[in-house]
Design a protein around this ligand. Sequence first.
Ligand code: ASP
Length: 332
Amino acid sequence: MKRRNFITKTSINTLAFGLGIHSLAQAGTAKNSAEKLKKKNTTATTPVAICTWQFTEANATAGALLDQGIPALDAVIKGVAVEEENIKNTTVGKGGSPDREGNVTLDACVMDHTGNCGSVMCVENITNVAALAKKVMEDTPHVILAGKGAEEFAVKNGFTAENLLTEESEKAYKEWLKTSKYKPIINIENHDTIGMLGLDKNGNISGACTTSGLAYKMKGRVGDSPVIGSGLFIDNAIGGAAATGMGEEVIKTVGSFLIVELMRNGMSPQEACEEAVRRIVTTNPNHTNFQVAYIAINKQGETGCYCIHPGFKMMKYANGKNMPVVSGSHLK
Ligand code: ASP
């Protein structure tokens, strides 16, 4: 509340109580709640796309599609595909760093405005795993397919099987093998899962999250990114959230679901992201050694982001502009 409004409202209330006119004060409060509720119930229909990290082209792709009237789910899947196909990105899709045995395994999930969702885990040889997660959502009676089953399902449905280990990633892996120290340090630069949230012209929110997970992870390790509620969660009545960073910590606090629930209880996307980070740092004294970052959007098109360590940015597309947003951080 602005100071002037506060003073004005306080004076009216004091006057009302002073005169014994309680109903006048109550009427003021009721009006405020009604206004809040009205704001809460509005739905933005000007498209917004946000994504984790500075994936400028991916976010611009989704934003442009939303502006054309494409539904949020399709827009975000096309958006994240830019990074899945970017072989220079070593933490998403083709070109992703392998596990400690040299296999590139991908995780992804999607969730739409109806609450429907799909997920694939530990998939080899398929690049566009967010699109594959959508296929699981639409064409199977299940939510999750993992490993070989997911890969076979992909090939049967026309996805091309290809080797995801690029020369560059193989070279880096061979270098790592020389010491093969396994400490999944998730520092500020070393992980670029793309989680993307879109709000379309119908006011519907959907999201996608896709990653190759931690570099040199244990074979079979799955992080938060394909776990509905952790790496991504959407409730079209409220908003959506997505995560990047140390997946194990996001899973333990069911981060994205938590953020949506906090927004349901009245927090802004920014406040909710901050509270979700607080949950991690207050329970885990080791948080100085890993990064977690969240992004969120609500039904009004308001957005927020927050992280543990400085260095995280999200991209935000709104009103035809695609801009990086520097995130606040728990540690300064
Ligand atoms: N969240 C991902 C995982 O734990 C890693 C990342 O964001 O880079 O698999």
